[in-house]
Write a protein that binds this ligand. Structure first.
Ligand code: PRP
Length: 215
């Protein structure tokens, strides 16, 4: 299996839609055999799948230890890895937004504290407005930060808007639209060209033949 194409799958919110999309492209992950193996083959033995924390996927793919991966554009924007992004998979669509507690005025930019899992994206967003803010880096449940007084606002993902609503927050401004991408290592694009191009074509076909069915 040494020469098969290794593909990183994102654990969490994109896992089910990502594997369903691969299945529609004719690539089915062999069912787990109850072991604690971290690498799974596909049914035909052409690919190997490695479920990883999303933020680690661009790192592995840029290094070439994994050939390709599925990852959200929110992560790609944050990590800025040097990888190909040949297919927008049309799954995991949501928005990255600046949000704050409803009914509360925000402090002036210089003293604004913004909690986020995306410090670089947030810094660039405010720099683009020529504003300096204090960024508080968190790893999850970011909406709780303003409620507990750690921050005045957040930059985070919004999908249905339910989490913001139920925590008394409102969107102030969109930062970016988000969807999942196929990413490919630049060397693998050449050394595993046949299989990688086949993968790209299969996914492209599913995405373009079934627009809107990916969500
Ligand atoms: C994401 C995001 C919000 C929530 C938004 O969290 O950080 O908390 O989903 O979804 P909604 O608009 O549909 O309510 P995720 O589930 O990825 O977990 P995390 O907070 O641990 O990052």
């Amino acid at each position: 299996m040494k020469n098969c194409v290794r593909i990183a799958l994102p654990k969490g919110r994109l896992y089910d839609s990502g594997t369903a999309l691969l299945a529609r492209a004719g690539i089915e992950i062999a069912p787990a055999d109850g072991s604690r193996k971290l690498v799974f083959p596909d049914r035909d033995g052409r690919f190997e799948f490695i479920p990883l924390k999303p933020v680690d996927i661009p790192v592995y793919v840029e290094s070439g230890t994994i050939d390709a991966g599925i990852v959200g554009s929110d992560i790609l924007r944050e990590v800025e890895a040097d990888v190909y992004e040949p297919v927008d998979l049309g799954i995991g669509k949501c928005r990255l937004v600046l949000a704050a507690a409803s009914g509360l005025a925000l402090p002036a930019a210089g003293s604004l504290r913004v909690a986020t899992k995306y410090p670089r994206t947030t810094e660039r967003f405010f720099r683009g407005k020529q504003l300096h803010v204090h960024i508080v880096k968190l790893d999850g449940s970011v909406e709780i930060a303003p409620l507990l007084g750690l921050a005045d606002a957040i930059v985070d993902l919004v999908e249905t808007g339910r989490t913001l609503r139920e925590n008394g927050m409102r969107v102030i401004e969109d930062v970016a639209s988000v969807s999942a991408k196929l990413i490919v290592n630049r060397t693998a694009m050449k050394t595993k060209s046949v299989d990688v191009r086949h993968l790209i074509t299969q996914l492209d076909t599913v995405v373009y033949e079934n627009p809107g069915q990916q969500d």
